[in-house]
Design a protein around this ligand. Structure first.
Ligand SMILES: Nc1ncnc2c1ncn2[C@@H]1O[C@H](COP(=O)(O)OP(=O)(O)OP(=O)(O)O)[C@@H](O)[C@H]1O
Ligand SMILES: C[C@@](O)(CCOP(=O)(O)O)CC(=O)O
Length: 440
């Protein structure tokens, strides 16, 4: 039996930093660039009792991880141990995969206590836009996917949220593979909610911190207006292996604990991509230190609470106006909405001393909006910085051709590397795929 699930990457259009506080919301978009996870049963000869799951990411070198698993005592969930036999390099631990596996198997064991989890082989395939490494060769078994021929840690990420898309697709694929559809189905609202809760928990555990969770929400639900969950929801979960961990995981995933209720808000109708338009990204291939930027902005906010509140409130209003105009699809109003947001973001940059929309990005955004007729506007997405820009543009060949030509000219003049990515904004979140179609 084979199962496949894919989940999209994200682009954070508006509400960066604000979304860390539940009083504010964000406009987050799914991308056509997806991470795909395929699960295949492994045949074992009768009598052999094997408890092993082999995970591989064949686009990268040294990217095979073998895991053994067993039920921990005292309802401590499923313990997962990396075995010898995967890639030889010691550096090849994959915390996101290992943690997602532990949480998914723990959940399965909690809802189906008598089930034997059969051995399987899991294959991870990421659409090419996640990495700026250029590669001319593709995988022989999966011809749609590039062979990047480097180790994962040496790949240049484009910032589309690979770990969130991976954890979501991985969790969705493992649950779909091992659970009957009566208990878990990605096609139902209940199933999506379970996937969201489990993927948030696993992603936070693997990251070692609780962020706003917008990237997991986008990977599960696709484009939406997002209000974060209260971080306290995760605080009662305890450590894997601790007594009763398995029951606590089930309660948090199924949202059945009366004292802790999920309060994430997802509005699918709150925002869209206007007809005839596309949301595209240009990779600036520079890199920013998101974690330290967040720390510094939050420190400034704490020390200047009155000014910050005014700025945050004004930005929230501007972001809501942008969402409104995206639903209405009027070009002129959209242009104005982007200009208003960017002015406030620059105020935020200046006040906090954090390069959210740095000078170089201001120049780039101004120039592309001015020089390419089909560009309605754009922003520096998410935490901001030097990584990328996102643009709302007319979805036609002429505009895309002009943006490509602009990027080429800009890169030559500024000695940089600005490149239009193929990925475009799309509305859909995680979905089941046809596992057979991948090898075609
Ligand atoms: N294609 C893949 N195969 C296996 N593991 C992957 C893959 N993509 C991402 N991962 C896992 O996710 C980790 C990268 O997560 P990290 O939090 O550093 O990036 P991110 O913030 O999600 O990325 P981005 O810059 O795309 O937003 C990798 O170290 C690996 O554990
Ligand atoms: C700054 C922040 O609000 C957004 C970060 O977005 P990105 O990773 O730059 O796309 C942090 C968060 O929401 O966790």
């Amino acid at each position: 039996m084979s199962t496949a699930v894919s989940a999209p990457g994200k682009v954070f259009l508006a509400g960066g930093y604000l979304v860390l506080d539940r009083a504010y919301t964000a406009l987050v978009f799914a991308l056509s660039a997806r991470v795909h996870v395929l699960v295949h049963d492994i045949d074992t000869s009768s009598g052999v009792d094997l408890a092993e799951i082999v995970v591989q990411s064949p686009q990268f070198r040294d990217a095979t991880w073998n895991y053994g698993y067993h039920l921990a005592e005292d309802q401590g969930g499923v313990a997962v141990i990396q075995l010898q036999g995967g890639s030889p390099a010691a550096s090849s631990k994959n915390s996101f995969v290992e943690t997602a596996l532990l949480y998914a198997l723990t959940y399965i064991s909690s809802v189906l206590p008598k089930t034997t989890i059969k051995p399987s082989k899991v294959t991870i395939l990421a659409d090419n836009d996640y990495y700026s490494n250029t590669s001319s060769s593709t995988l022989p078994s999966y011809p749609r996917f590039s062979d990047f021929a480097v180790r994962l840690q040496d790949a240049h990420k484009t910032g589309l949220g690979s770990s969130a898309a991976l954890v979501t697709a991985f969790t969705g694929a493992i649950l779909s593979h091992y659970l009957p559809t009566s208990i878990f189905s990605l096609d139902t609202e209940e199933g999506r909610s379970k996937l969201h809760n489990l993927a948030q928990v696993a992603h936070c555990a693997a990251q070692g911190k609780v962020g706003s969770g917008f990237d997991i929400a986008t990977a599960v639900y696709g484009t939406c207006v997002y209000r974060r969950f209260s971080p306290s929801i995760l605080s009662s979960l305890g450590e894997p292996g601790s007594q009763g961990f398995s029951t606590r995981v089930r309660n948090i995933v199924d949202d059945t604990d009366p004292s802790v209720k999920w309060d994430t808000e997802i509005s699918k109708n709150g925002v869209t991509i206007p007809e005839g338009m596309a949301l595209v990204m240009c990779d600036v291939d520079c890199g920013s230190q998101t974690v330290s930027m967040v720390k510094k902005v939050l420190e400034w906010r704490k020390a200047n609470s009155e000014d910050a509140k005014q700025l945050w409130d004004e930005l929230q209003i501007s972001n809501e106006i942008l969402a409104d105009n995206l639903r209405k699809g009027c070009m002129l109003e959209l242009e104005e909405a982007f200009v208003a947001i960017r002015a406030l973001i620059r105020d935020m940059s200046e006040a906090s001393g954090v390069p959210i929309e740095p000078k170089e990005q201001t120049e780039l955004l101004d120039a592309v909006t001015r020089d390419v007729e089909g560009v309605a506007g754009g922003v520096v997405p998410g935490a901001g910085g030097y990584d990328a820009i996102v643009l709302l543009v007319k979805d036609d060949e002429k505009t895309m051709g002009e943006i490509n030509a602009f990027c080429k000219k800009w890169s030559e003049e500024k000695k940089g590397n600005v490149k239009l990515l193929n990925a475009k904004g799309e509305l859909e979140g995680a979905r089941k795929e046809d596992a057979v179609a991948y090898s075609k």
